[in-house]
Ligand binder design. Structure first.
Ligand code: U2P
Length: 245
């Protein structure tokens, strides 16, 4: 009798473990969002501090955001597991280059602790999929695998202050990843629409690209400017812009 009790208890426990480990994420997909530093410079009083030596002259990661299919998203889900830099210490040098504080590009510069904000706001809501390390590592891996600047350049779309078709930009990215991204624009000092952020949709395990359930097209025009980048200036002199990109 006691043996049967143990077997039944074991089976019940096992099924509970299996069903809890099978529980999928409670959100529908991810936005993987990158921003163009040149768009932050231009939109802020027409000035820009020089980029830090260790940042890349490239698109920067903004974040990996869980999303619901109805256009809303969860945020700040767990106060008990806030950002802890010691959990990502081996990733910091890459994050400095590819996930730069965007406050670095504003005038005056305003460091906002972007990594901490992104984990506390978005990362704490995806703990069924990622811990702190894998959350940041996953974003970095996408950035490593898909260089949006190269993808655009190969189609003749360059950060030279010229205007390009919004569809032209989307199609260049679609050709490589299979799905059109969402594009967010902001305005330069003259009020002209410019490329600001690119939203790429991933499945809810952030393994594959997916068709965006809805496209976060924000405030663009049919032709948008691809602004120049601030020139890297290790001497800390004031802004100049790259003209040869
Ligand atoms: O729009 C303001 C901020 O809200 C978060 N956001 C926005 C749209 C969306 O579809 N999903 C989403 O998470 C972003 O949060 P942040 O990390 O910048 O605080 C967005 O910038």
């Amino acid at each position: 009798m006691r043996g049967i009790f143990f077997i039944v208890s074991f089976l019940v426990l096992q099924s509970l473990v299996v069903s809890s480990s099978k529980a999928g994420p409670d959100f529908n997909f991810f936005y993987w969002v990158t921003y163009w530093p040149g768009a932050i410079c231009d939109s802020q009083k027409g000035c820009c501090p020089p980029t830090k030596c260790n940042t890349e002259s490239d698109f920067m990661i903004h974040g990996l955001w869980p999303q619901f299919i109805n256009g809303t998203w969860p945020a700040f889900c767990d106060q008990s597991n806030l950002f802890d830099i010691s959990k990502v210490s081996d990733l910091v040098s890459k994050m400095e280059k590819k996930w730069t504080e965007w406050g670095v590009y504003t005038c005056p510069s305003n460091e906002t602790k972007l990594w901490e904000h992104e984990w506390d706001k978005h990362g704490t809501c995806v703990q069924s999929v990622f811990d702190q390390h894998s959350y940041f590592q996953t974003s970095l891996k996408f950035r490593q695998r898909f260089n949006l600047l190269d993808i655009l350049r190969q189609k003749g779309i360059k950060p030279n202050g010229e205007f390009y078709g919004l569809d032209e930009i989307k199609n260049a990215i679609k050709c490589v990843i299979g799905f059109a991204p969402g594009i967010e624009c902001n305005e330069d000092v003259e009020g002209k629409k410019q490329l600001f952020q690119i939203y790429i949709c991933l499945d809810n395990h952030a393994k594959e690209f997916v068709e965006c359930p809805y496209v976060p097209d924000k405030s663009c025009a049919s032709k948008i400017k691809f602004p120049k980048l601030p020139k890297r200036d290790s001497l800390g002199e004031s802004l100049s812009v790259m003209s040869s990109v």
